[in-house]
Design a protein around this ligand. Sequence first.
Ligand code: GDP
Ligand code: MG
Length: 437
Amino acid sequence: SLSEKLQNVFKNLRGKGKLTEADVRTALKEVKMALLEADVNFKVVKNFVKSVEERAIGQEVMSSLTPGQMVVKIVNEEMVKLMGSETTEIKLKPGNDITVLMMCGLQGAGKTTTTAKLAGKFKQKGKKPLLVACDVYRPAAIKQLQINGEKQGVPVFSMGDGHKPVNIAKAAIEHAEKNGFNVVILDTAGRLHIDEGMMEELIEIKGNVSVDQTVLVVDAMTGQDAVNVSEMFHNKIQIDGVILTKLDGDTRGGAALSIRAVTGKPILYIGMGEKLSDLEQFYPDRMASRILGMGDILTLIDKAQAEIDDDKAKELEKKIRKAEFNFNDYLDSMSQVKKMGGISSIIGMLPGMGLPSDVEVDDNAFKGVEAIIFSMTTEERENPELLNPSRKKRIAKGAGVDISEVNKLVKQQEQMKKMMKQMSGLMSGKGKKRGFK
Ligand code: GDP
Ligand code: MG
């Protein structure tokens, strides 16, 4: 992956001590290759490497005590700049003034899903959103929006498929005015490819209702295409921002790096999964860290703060620092971990923390686990080392499971403990030593 490649480049660089100009040029050539392979737009890569080079081959870096780290820092900073530096929010009008958002994008990009995800976010902010089914070409599309709207507890305005999208949009806004809705989100129809009909339709909507923001939804997994699509949409209908979906499945990160540079428009949110809660604010600095393989500790901390109550979080942090993790902790943390989106999602956010391929972390595995832990004595729960074969046999019997299940759990507990060790290392400032803030 891009992160792995970049990490390798930087590892070599950091190992060198003093750097020559040639060292830096070689490293940057490798960075360039890695970015191109990751499907970052060619022009973007060219400019990016140029601006890194200008800074990296300066006196400041060459004469510094840790030139390798300086280069990494510059790459990081330039990446953040490339993605727009600041987080851009979708601006909503205050009070009961109606904000109209038009979602657009190719078919399958994730418009309908994202429309419902956004509605949830706005609702959390105390807004009253109304979703509008403007995709009249696929019968299933209206139904899909209704199902998602229902899940979010947000009403959906639809007129069936016998009307023009522009008229549906007009009627929806009238409906919103009469019924006290203050955010109207138009879920429009996409096509498999850019085509005139689709663009005309969007232009017609924009020409006849006052769309406050046009939000383009693009699929990160399509890489270069995502960027080309963004450019074409922007040229035709003027977009205000982009939501990049399916970033959970995109190992390359190319689209995230290119979109801002190519369109001049910010990424507003990122889709991180199919669930309606899987929409995250876009932070250029965090994305850069993620791409550089620094993991996204900030997002993790944010999530933890939102989901875990303070005392529990402090307790967890203490455990992590001490790198201890017995079965009581296992029970305790199960519910917390579930709230944070499961173990696999947490691990994914930590830097350099891929699991060994023979160990599978299955979030469902938690379900059967309680019975086993409850069959242990207090002593056994606190000191998992006590678990010899005969004790394991007794526990399996008590829990009514096969002994292999018990062994599996013990293995997982050991794995968790190992993870705690790694996390404790990170928290004690390994990150700082690498030359990051
Ligand atoms: P539309 O045609 O643009 O309205 O796209 P849909 O909203 O119907 O989404 C197409 C598919 O992509 C659906 O299966 C969604 O569940 C899926 N999808 C949307 N956003 C995401 C995302 O952020 N991550 C993942 N993994 N899947 C997504
Ligand atoms: Mg749709």
